[in-house]
Design a protein around this ligand. Structure first.
Ligand code: SF4
Length: 78
């Protein structure tokens, strides 16, 4: 399974929520109305390392592509 580093830049996030439409399992809004990445353990952070299926990887790449401010970066690390 691909291992991905998923990052949200909180300074760029404008709470458009497109990411949650594309990959609802991986993004939530925090109390300050910025997207955070959901970890495998349910934790929330601006950077998470996740092992994902190919379908989940596609959803994350779609989320990154749909973010109007390019606040999301998805990198394959193995
Ligand atoms: S799509 Fe981009 S701007 Fe919108 S909530 Fe997600 S990270 Fe923030």
């Amino acid at each position: 399974m691909p291992k991905l580093k998923v990052t949200v830049d909180p300074d760029l996030c404008i709470a458009a929520a497109a990411c949650m439409g594309s990959a609802p399992k991986f993004f939530r809004m925090d109390d300050d109305n910025r997207a955070v990445v959901v970890g495998a353990d349910g934790s929330e952070a601006f950077v998470q390392i996740r092992e994902v299926t190919d379908a989940e990887k596609a959803a994350l790449l779609e989320a990154a592509g749909s973010c109007p401010t390019t606040a999301i970066v998805v990198e394959e690390i193995s």
